[in-house]
Design a protein. Sequence first.
Length: 345
Amino acid sequence: MARDAWKSLRFAHSFLRRRLVHVNLQLLYDCNFRCRICDFWGDRYRNTPRLTAAQVRLAAGKLAALGPMIVSIGGGEPLLHEELPEITRILAAAHFPVMICNGWFVTRERARELFEAGLYEASVSVDYADSRRHDAQRGMAGAFDKAVEALRILHENRVHPLQRVHMISVIMDDNIDEVEPLIRLAREIGVTYLVTFYSDGRGNRSRQVSAKEISRRLLELKARHPDFLALPGFIDRFGEMEDGGVRPCHAGRNLLNVDCQGNVTRCIDRLSDPVGNILTDDVVVLRDRLLSSARSDGCGDCWTSCRGSIESVMYGRNRLGDLRAYYRMVRPVPLVKDVPGRPAS
């Protein structure tokens, strides 16, 4: 607890000074799903080596020199990595590891192991309340049932109230009507609900529904459902995608991406434009290169949650409101064994 308090104080200092505070860490590109909104499982990335626990230890130590960060563990499917518990433990020493997964490989033993290693947050992707539509989107029969089961298992096997479990949906042009049923399903399970917006950089879906209409409808849902935790400033700005993008982009200033080879880019959609490698280069040099890249690049083509949540709180028009909403996203949740009427797992 003393370690976490110290990390939190240092993180708040970095956040208030608008420094780098969030890392997307792609441990691997392997995945058992064949999602239509992602291309990491395709031939282009097949057989790419994974980051090892030893490499993550080196990277985590370098990043710690810049201050504690939220490290979003992803892939591919992170639970395919055989060293994931050890990697989580390494990251938790100086950072705040969180994870997004598809739920397929979640077991009670693995959930408990990850939370005991120091995982702060686990999110499971569910895009449709209709199981058939979710399975088709993810390219795997049974994906919906496994995701719902994973959410229950993760929620029931947390070991500290500060650990959170979320259902998260990628908002596309054909699933806006699915959001309210998913919010209700998340509430039934005992977890909270988040959204991110589809990025053209990782797939080939075309938009047919107005971004402003999607934004309006999500804000209405948020007003009615307190368990829908996406920041209002994040949802509100999605409508700007119709006006040429959400600009300026602060990726590189506050956010960076590290792929499974250690290559450092501003974001996950800029994998072909690395500024260096976290395993071989000085982290201060990498930071300066990221800042230089951010100043010269006018991109604003995505508005995903990794970027949008940070920028809403740091630069948004209603920062106080977004800070209150952010607190709801991270505040303690009683463990299942401490909730009256709920049996322990």
